[in-house]
Design a protein around this ligand. Structure first.
Ligand code: FAD
Length: 452
């Protein structure tokens, strides 16, 4: 009897987690991974640090290579294989090998893990000195360009966390950086107080942030090189290199043309077992939408942390097990120069938009006991007025902010109230936290407001 066959499309966080989990659970299963690129298991989150040089060799970003999966896990990884069509009726995936040879593969179970793609491009973006930082080959080209051409001025279009992390890397490389941001705030969904702290950090490191400046075209010279970015009605910024960091959108063409249903966000809709609308087809990672556990609604949060967990769940189910992925609360951390910025759940404005009647407190506390001279932590906590339910938190500071946020992330997941948070048994020792830790002070202030 032929062995049951799992085909996974996409070989990064979600895809390789799915393949590995299915293998662990089901040693008999035939597992094939189709990856259109030349590497699998690439740590994309490390790309900005590869650009800055903090990670010197790109190979350090590969958690395990294709041979490891083939030899140690018995997974048939096929590089430079692009899946081109899925025929659910015949349980067949069509792929193009090395750009030319067509192959057709039978599947019993299929996991779609095709990730996301850069959100937008601009007229003129085909110039050789216009880059994105969304995959390894593009980022390698960008680093080579910086090292070879020694550009002076960079324009970054978009001030999401990738734009900011790359701005940091560019400054470390000696570039003069301007960020063009279409909206009037950086880092979508950030509280104005936290945004102010990030802007001060950018300014301190010489980065020019131009808010309300929508880039609309890249100007090229006669040789086809980008020389400036045009923005707004008649703004223009000279550039030796341009980075497009306008966010990512789910890569869903393949799924959609196979009849897989998309959700309201435009990403693939999945149930708790990560099954799509089509029998035997699962989806995981940046190509899917997730349930926001705070609002209860479908959302799009393309993050590695989610992709890895979803991949594991999809792989478990495809391999014959029974696992669930319930959703996310929307936790993100990033580093902008010496500043750690972190958020979880909803901002005050997002909470209002989601139909809550929220309240908030903003305060500055310290990362350590007074006599240990800690660093200031700016924190904003949001809760629902009527129930006292914690809805969100954001922080900025130079010490243990990115991990401190996890306390509130768990509180959100457990649907804790301000009262619950106030009585949380958080650790205390002078070198690492004051006895009244920032989160506890915020909960205390919130409690006062709730009682008033
Ligand atoms: C610069 C940067 C920094 C980041 N930092 C963080 C961070 O700090 N924290 C965090 O949580 N997340 C971070 N992320 C996000 C994280 O990297 C992604 O969420 C994660 O990689 C998603 O994994 P995925 O497997 O769903 O998709 P992807 O990583 O996009 O992988 C999808 C793979 O599918 C392949 N593919 C697509 N279509 C086909 C096809 N038709 N046939 C075959 N193969 C195909 C692609 O080539 C790609 O290799 C960062 C991302 C970037 C770019």
């Amino acid at each position: 009897m032929p062995r049951e066959q799992l085909v996974v499309i996409g070989g990064v966080a979600a895809g390789m987690s799915a393949a590995s989990r299915a293998r662990k659970l089901n040693p008999q299963m035939e597992i094939i991974v189709l990856e259109k690129g030349r590497h699998v298991s690439v740590g994309l989150c490390g790309l900005p640090y590869y650009l800055s040089g903090e990670v010197s060799d790109w190979k350090e970003l590969i958690a395990y290579d294709a041979d490891f999966f083939r030899e140690k896990r018995g997974i048939d990884v096929r590089l430079e294989h692009e899946a081109t069509a899925i025929e659910p009726g015949r349980k067949t995936v069509h792929a193009r090998e090395g750009g030319t040879r067509e192959v057709a593969l039978h599947y019993d179970k299929l996991v779609i893990a095709t990730g996301g793609a850069p959100a937008e491009t601009l007229p003129g973006a085909d110039a050789a000195n216009v880059f994105t930082c969304n995959d390894l080959p593009g980022t390698m080209r960008l680093r080579e360009f910086i090292e070879r051409e020694k550009p002076r001025r960079a324009v970054i279009v978009g001030s999401g966390y990738i734009g900011l992390e790359v701005a940091d890397a560019f400054v470390q490389r000696g570039l003069q950086v301007t960020i063009l941001e279409r909206s009037d705030a950086l880092l979508e969904g950030i509280e104005p107080e936290i945004a102010g702290r990030v802007e001060a950090e950018l300014l301190e490191h010489g980065v020019e942030l131009m808010k309300g400046s929508a880039a609309n075209a890249i100007r090229k010279n006669a040789n086809g090189h980008a020389i400036a970015v045009q923005h707004g009605a008649n703004g223009r910024h000279e550039a030796d290199l341009v980075l497009l960091a306008t966010g990512i959108v789910p890569r869903v063409d393949l799924a959609e043309s196979a009849g897989v249903q998309l959700g309201p966000t435009g990403a693939i809709a999945v149930d708790e077992r990560l099954l799509t609308s089509v029998n035997s087809i699962y989806a995981a990672g940046d190509c899917t939408e997730v349930r926001n556990l705070v609002t209860g609604k479908a959302s799009y949060f393309p993050l590695g942390t989610t992709a890895n967990k979803q991949g594991r769940v999809a792989g478990e189910n495809a391999g014959g097990g029974n696992a669930k992925f319930l959703g996310v609360v929307g936790t993100l951390a990033t580093k902008v120069f010496s500043l750690e910025v972190a958020k979880t759940g909803l901002s005050l404005q997002q909470a209002r938009a989601a139909g809550f009647q929220p309240d908030s407190v903003t305060l500055t506390s310290s990362s350590r006991a007074g006599y240990f001279h800690g660093r200031p932590i700016l924190l904003k906590l949001v809760w629902e007025r009527a129930s006292g339910r914690v809805l969100g938190c954001q922080m900025a500071g130079q010490e243990v902010v990115a991990k401190r946020i996890d306390v509130v992330a768990l509180a959100l997941q457990a649907r804790m109230s301000i009262e619950d948070l106030l009585h949380s048994d958080l650790s205390y020792t002078p070198p690492f936290a004051p006895v009244w830790e920032a989160i506890l002070i915020a909960a205390h202030e919130a409690q006062k407001k709730l009682r008033s």
